[in-house]
Design a protein around this ligand. Structure first.
Ligand code: CDP
Length: 789
């Protein structure tokens, strides 16, 4: 655990400060996009397609225009006049803003109704009559690759199939050789199904174009305001919306989890209408639209293979992925990594042969592929390797904890070069798993399990020992649409020693206002409560790539530390001048410089800052400000050891999570209470895909669970009691030794649960069930394996 070097009053690293932002959140004083009301504001509602694949024969707006309050209905053909009917995706694909002739997935935007109230807009929406000519959709990604399948992207000249891209990493021949000579080979087909982030707040915006000043203010729910500003300028630059004329403001956000990274058609339509009409336009999705049409997560079909010795040594792994991206690749991945960072799939284990290959395809499903609370597809990777590891242990009859201990990369072997090209910065996997086993009482649980199994009862213990990869990323490898993935901090300290700090990231509930202040407090000794943190306004914040993939602490958090250190260098010069000594004669102690050997001769940071405005050395620039754009030298590699204990009712398949112990290692911790909150929330979001959530489509492209009545989101009732703890291996390259944490629990949680359930069912010969593992799937597997004969 991080030792506190500062007093509670300063509130630097390691203090469990209560979150500054909570005062407004818990008193209903948060300020969200839907709270914005501007004079003359119009409201937009969107007509959506009931078909997954259809020609639009006609759009009749006559009745809609009769609805009192309806001003206009905007179609793709209207936008086409301004070349705004298509837009680029973050993966350099293209996406319709509004269709001119064909719809490509159910719930796709067809046209937009603009009215003086949201009720009129909704009534207008109901009155629009669209005539469609339905076509047979392509729903199965494997069939999509069939040469006989219809080519979906007819908008792409010369496109002859539905294949999007191929990507690979690792050494194919070397891996094949190891597999050919191995004692034991495990092979498993897995599907990590399509799920949705289901943040509490849906997406929305208020586009406010000021015709007189040719200026757009875009209030919107985005995790990456600066990147969005650049994208708007690229899409609409030709109609005069150049970047200096655009201000993106991202106010409070009620959860993002990756779903608020992409650019959705609704944003662009609202901008276009505001631009044409000269009035502010508000668009707020409803809950069903959010679930049915916004970017999905996961949807990877994986063939996972592991080769090992009969003594339990892992020798090689091989993964073949088919990624279903829906009708366009609107994923939010770094350009060089269309498969995200899935190639971390070699896990926490020491072997040197691996090969990963992936192909992406178009289908008639909503577009996307966001990294739902995981660093670009790491959840899928961890599910694959941790399931394989357990299957290997079962196959050779070894305890899965013992097998993991045998295969872990040793703490002295870091930095460790993975067979797919990553350099793990630090870790101590043995210590993490040992701690989790001690806390859960592993040996006693295995004894209890054996006794229960003898009585025919179903109890399982599941382990997941995962390595995460967060903090995208070093600019040599990481960019989105060409923009390098650095991040930024700007600190301005006022004459009285209080500060404002601005960042290129954007909190969606993670507590940045508190933790960034703590980093600066640690470095400068200014009390955290005297540091105001601001994010989300492109007019004031320094350029940054935003918050997702647990990158804020590794990038902007590092920028805060480095900018603070620049200020401390300046403070040293001023202190030397004030104390009339050489800079080398000074020593720093939190919040003050003192003369070596004469501690009574000192200047506090407040005195120094005041002098920066009132009495600074001649020739020195006045003021006390610093900015830093931090380009990380590497990613950070947090890890965790999770153990889940389940009891299963044999007759109904009902699963009860009895214990869940999560030991995380995110390096040095800024705020233990916030980290614990991150882990609790993330674990609940791990139960969701492990046991409940999956977006299901029928063969005609209808979504079968498009409302929260059918799409099961776990509530407090379904959430087990989490037992959390930590080990700490600081990141050697991060200025404060911290690694990201926000996504570890979502990444590491599902395989621990899946492994526990399969462990309970293994006496019947059941070796794998795809997540979500529902009671029905358990009952069905038991039935198929003769449990009820
Ligand atoms: O990018 P995002 O903010 O979602 O993820 P993160 O960098 O993992 O941080 C999530 C929250 O946990 C932030 O408030 C961090 O400052 C805090 N945190 C921490 O206190 N100590 C760490 N070692 C990592 C994160």
């Amino acid at each position: 655990m991080t030792q506190c070097k500062t007093s509670k009053e300063i509130g630097g690293m390691g203090h469990s400060l209560k979150r500054k932002e909570d005062a407004r959140f818990i008193q209903g004083k948060g300020h969200y996009v839907d709270d914005i009301k501007l004079p003359g504001m119009l409201y937009m509602d969107i007509v959506r397609s009931p078909y997954a694949y259809a020609k639009i024969k006609s759009i009749n707006i006559e009745e809609a225009m009769k609805v009192p309050g309806v001003i206009t209905v905007v179609t793709g053909k209207d936008l086409e006049k301004y070349k705004l009917h298509w837009m680029p995706t973050l993966m350099s694909d293209t996406q319709m803003v509004l269709p001119t002739d064909t719809v490509m997935y159910q719930a796709q935007e067809v046209c937009a109704v603009i009215a003086t109230s949201k009720y009129a807009a909704r009534d207008g929406r109901e009155a629009v009559k669209v005539e469609y000519e339905p076509m047979k959709p392509v729903m199965d990604p494997f069939k999509s690759l069939d040469p006989a399948a219809p080519v979906l992207r007819t908008d792409k000249p010369g496109k002859k199939d539905n294949h999007i891209w191929h990507w690979q990493a690792g050494d194919k021949e070397k891996t094949a050789q190891v597999f050919a000579n191995a004692d034991v080979v495990i092979k498993q087909q897995m599907h990590i199904p399509r799920i949705h982030v289901v943040s509490i707040e849906t997406c929305g915006c208020v586009a406010d174009y000021d015709k007189v000043n040719h200026h757009l203010t875009m209030y919107m729910t985005t995790q990456a305001p600066h990147a969005i500003r650049t994208v708007i300028a690229l899409v609409a630059g030709h109609v005069g919306l150049s970047e200096e004329r655009i201000r993106v403001v991202s106010p409070d956000i009620g959860g993002g989890f990756g779903g608020k990274v992409p650019v959705y058609p609704g944003y662009v339509i609202a901008i276009a209408v505001s631009f044409l009409v000269g009035k502010p336009v508000k668009w707020i999705e409803d809950r069903s639209e959010n679930l049915q049409a916004d970017s999905f997560a996961r949807d990877y079909h994986i063939t996972a293979e592991l080769a090992g010795t009969k003594e339990g040594k892992i020798l090689a792994t091989r993964f073949k992925v088919l990624a279903d991206h829906g009708y366009t690749d609107a994923a939010a991945n770094p350009s060089k990594f269309p498969l995200g960072l899935f190639s971390i799939c070699t896990g926490s284990y020491d072997y040197n042969a691996a090969f990963v290959e992936a192909d992406a395809v178009y289908t008639n499903k909503p577009p996307g592929g966001v990294a739902y609370r995981c660093s670009f597809r790491v959840t899928e990777a961890v599910q694959a390797i941790e399931r394989l590891t357990d299957m290997f242990a079962k196959k050779i009859g070894k305890d899965p904890a013992e097998l993991r201990m045998q295969n872990f990369i040793k703490k002295e072997d870091f930095p460790w070069h993975s067979p797919t090209g990553w350099i793990y910065d630090s870790g101590n996997y043995q210590a993490g798993l040992q701690k989790a086993m001690d806390v859960v009482g592993y040996a006693a649980l295995r004894k209890e399990q054996a006794e229960k199994q003898a009585r025919g009862e179903l109890m399982g213990i599941g382990i997941s020992t995962f390595t995460e990869i967060v903090g995208a990323g070093p600019s040599k490898d990481f960019d989105i649409l060409g923009i390098k993935m650095f991040d930024s901090a700007e600190i301005r300290v006022h004459p009285t020693g209080k500060a404002i700090a601005r960042f290129g990231t954007k909190s969606q509930g993670q507590g940045h206002e508190t933790t960034y202040a703590q980093i600066i407090a640690e470095e400068l000794g200014i009390p955290a409560e005297n540091i105001q943190v601001e994010e989300g306004d492109t007019d004031t914040a320094p350029y940054g790539l935003g918050t997702y993939a647990s990158r804020s602490t590794p990038t902007a958090g590092a920028a805060a530390a480095v900018a603070s250190r620049k200020l401390r260098d300046k403070a040293r010069k001023i202190a030397a001048y004030l104390l009339e000594v050489s800079e080398n004669d000074l020593e720093w102690e939190t919040g003050k410089f003192f003369v070596k050997g004469a501690p009574e001769k000192s200047k506090t940071i407040q005195e120094i800052v005041f002098a920066a405005y009132t009495n600074h050395p001649q020739g020195m620039e006045a003021g006390f400000e610093a900015t830093h754009y931090y380009d990380p030298p590497n990613l950070t590699f947090p890890s965790g050891a999770y153990i889940c204990v389940v009891d299963i009712d044999k007759e109904t398949g009902a699963i009860h999570i009895r214990r869940f112990v999560a030991i995380d290692d995110c390096g040095n911790i800024i705020n233990p209470m916030i980290v614990q909150g991150q882990v609790h929330g993330g674990l609940t979001q791990a139960v969701a895909p492990a046991m409940y959530e999956e977006l299901i489509y029928d063969g005609e492209g209808n979504i079968l669970n498009g409302t929260l009545m059918d799409y099961l989101v776990p509530t407090a009732v379904e959430s087990p009691k989490w037992e959390t703890g930590h080990t700490c291996t600081p990141s050697p390259h991060h200025p404060i030794g911290a690694k990201g944490v926000g996504e570890s629990p979502t990444v590491g949680g599902p395989p621990a649960i899946a492994n526990a359930i399969i462990d309970a069912l293994s006496p019947f010969g059941i070796t794998h069930i795809d997540i979500p593992i529902t009671p029905y799937k358990v009952w069905k597997a038991l039935k198929e394996h003769g449990a009820y004969d």
